[in-house]
Design a protein around this ligand. Structure first.
Ligand code: ATP
Ligand code: MG
Length: 341
């Protein structure tokens, strides 16, 4: 039996370089040896985009196209749409009993997001609970490995707590613990120097950005405001251009000597940015080209087939969960005219 990998993305916009470094590169590798599920997390996207469901809908096929463009192969990976699998919502409901509100409020990623979105105490319940829904997604497929960025570690920790609690309380082993597989770059910074490149912060280079936009974004990258003349010594730490070169430039030795030169003085931002621009243009060109030949109809069909398969697997887990809870009534109770007493 192959081990299972699962991960997902919120269809709130196109995928970007953060996804590529944090997770997509690993998914492309994993699909050869794992039974891999890739989820379009529209239910989760609605937890904070509930006033704009059209945006979520519009981005489903966009994100699916990004998957195919980077090399996720529907023959090897099951691409599915979260909202079309009600079993996941049902599992979420059973898991909600096992998690306290204070536990959810302690989640550092959710805490940061609540602050960013300025929710305060008016945070939608669905949003606060999305890590529980993620636990349902992960466990529904018997997941072993979750290829993600660092922001997802608290989610996997919670999922494992739920698994242990469920299995202990209901004397079962129907749920499995999973572990994170972090990408080469666990958290890619935004082009503005903010801690994380993200769709919501609009500070990312997207996989389908046209060449001129990539160039503009690289030019606008935050470097070192005190590095004015080429001869000035510059800061490497917190310098976005170096963070991106570390993530995507394949000659680490060359980067390390450029860092030396930059911090001693004598290397200008323009030369550095032009090196990064060249590197990103080269990397993103084939992805953009592949995307151009994808047809909506084919992408939809891939999602339909993947969702069908994923649904039957999730249904199996849900049945086991309901049996463990003793509420798989119609399958397990005497229904054929037997007297109750
Ligand atoms: P949103 O702003 O809507 O939350 P996002 O850009 O944060 O979108 P998600 O869909 O939340 O993207 O994240 C999907 C996956 O990509 C997760 O595994 C996450 O860890 C990874 N990821 C997203 N952004 C980054 C990043 N900047 N660096 C590394 N990994 C990332
Ligand atoms: Mg996110």
């Amino acid at each position: 039996m192959k081990k299972v990998a699962l991960t997902g993305d919120r269809p709130t916009g196109n995928l970007h370089l953060g996804h590529l470094a944090g997770s997509l590169m690993n998914r492309v590798q994993l699909q050869d040896s794992f039974d891999q599920y890739v989820m379009l997390a529209d239910v989760q996207a609605l937890t904070d985009y509930f006033e704009n469901p059209q945006k979520v809908k519009d981005n489903i096929l966009e994100v699916a196209a990004d998957y195919l463009a980077v090399g996720i192969d529907p023959e090897l990976s099951t691409i599915f749409i979260q909202s079309q699998i009600p079993q996941l919502a049902e599992l979420t409901v059973y898991f909600m009993n096992l998690v306290t509100v204070s536990r959810l409020e302690r989640n550092p990623t959710v805490k940061t997001e609540i602050a960013q979105k300025e929710f305060g105490r008016s945070v939608p319940t669905g949003f606060l609970c999305y890590p529980i829904s993620q636990a349902a997604d992960i466990t529904a497929f018997g997941t072993d490995v979750v290829p993600v960025g660092e922001d997802q570690l608290p989610m996997i920790e919670l999922a494992n707590e739920i698994v242990r609690k469920f299995n202990r309380l209901y004397q079962t082993d129907c749920l499995k613990e999973s572990e994170a597989l972090l990408g080469k770059t666990t958290r890619l910074v935004g082009i503005d120097g903010k801690a994380k490149a993200s769709k919501s912060l609009n500070n990312a280079i997207f996989l389908n950005d046209p060449p001129e936009i990539i160039k503009q974004k690289v030019q606008a990258m935050y470097t070192d405001p005190d590095h004015i003349r080429i001869s000035d010594p510059g800061k490497v730490d917190g310098n976005v251009v170096f963070a991106y070169l570390d993530a995507f430039y394949d000659n680490a030795e060359e980067i390390s000597s450029l860092k030396q030169q930059y911090s001693n003085g004598g290397l200008g931002d323009t030369a550095l940015k032009s090196l990064l621009n060249e590197c990103l243009q080269k990397m993103l060109l084939p992805i953009r080209e592949k995307r151009r030949f994808l047809r909506k109809k084919d992408i939809l069909e891939i999602c339909i087939n993947g969702t069908r398969k994923a649904k039957s697997v999730a249904a199996g887990t849900l049945a086991a969960v309901k049996s463990a809870l003793g509420i798989n009534f119609f399958n397990e109770m005497p229904m054929q005219g037997e007297n109750l007493y």
